[in-house]
Design a protein around this ligand. Sequence first.
Ligand code: ATP
Ligand code: PRP
Length: 218
Amino acid sequence: MTGITLALSKGRIFDETLPLLAQAGVRVLEDPDTSRKLILATNQPDVRVVLVRATDVPTYVQYGGADLGVTGLDTLLEHGNQGLYQPLDLAIARCRMSVAVRADFDYASAVRQGSRLRVATKYVGIAREFFAAKGVHVDLIKLYGSMELAPLTGLADAIVDLVSTGSTLKANDLVEVERIMDISSRLVVNQAALKLKQAPMRRLIDAFAQASCGKASA
Ligand SMILES: Nc1ncnc2c1ncn2[C@@H]1O[C@H](COP(=O)(O)OP(=O)(O)OP(=O)(O)O)[C@@H](O)[C@H]1O
Ligand SMILES: O=P(O)(O)OC[C@H]1O[C@H](OP(=O)(O)OP(=O)(O)O)[C@H](O)[C@@H]1O
């Protein structure tokens, strides 16, 4: 494959990357919401977009299924950095990783008393590291979605999940009790592709840098 393959996930990452691509002069020629195609051509004959699950973006880039990709810092930290070069914070899909509990659960006193907490999350790596650094003992329960349901059904005392507007927590009578870290999406690059296709890769990375600069402080 001589051209450049960019891995994106459908939804907010695709939607928020499009304007950055447009500023780089790259226009995706198909709409993933109406087409079932997984490989999308662009107006640049040597650039194509592949659509993968958000959690699969780092894997595609690591093993060379794509030369570069856009992925949330949450997903990247859970995946690990192996084989990936992370040159840019694109400052899109911004949110935070937080701990939340039922409004009637006294998290502060549970932590103070050294209670063992049951924590449900999709982000077990981030959660493990966070609670270990705090010296809080936790039993982690891995979930793949709808984390907010766990404290409401008695599955867990707390969740570690992404929060943006806070409306999902509010709608489910949960409260944010700790902010673990700020999250945004990153451009990740396959190291071998960067060496083998240096000029076109550099051009695209520089264009992303230009397009996203200013957003980071916005
Ligand atoms: N509410 C939100 N506001 C802003 N950014 C968010 C929000 N939720 C998630 N993100 C960011 O967008 C990325 C992609 O989220 P998206 O919901 O599209 O995929 P996902 O459902 O987490 O992934 P998968 O389908 O693989 O389970 C996340 O990894 C995170 O960095
Ligand atoms: O604080 P809020 O603005 O409510 O966003 C937080 C929600 O967004 C994410 O979910 P997901 O991507 O599945 O749902 P979404 O498409 O509704 O954001 C996350 O897992 C929360 O459930």
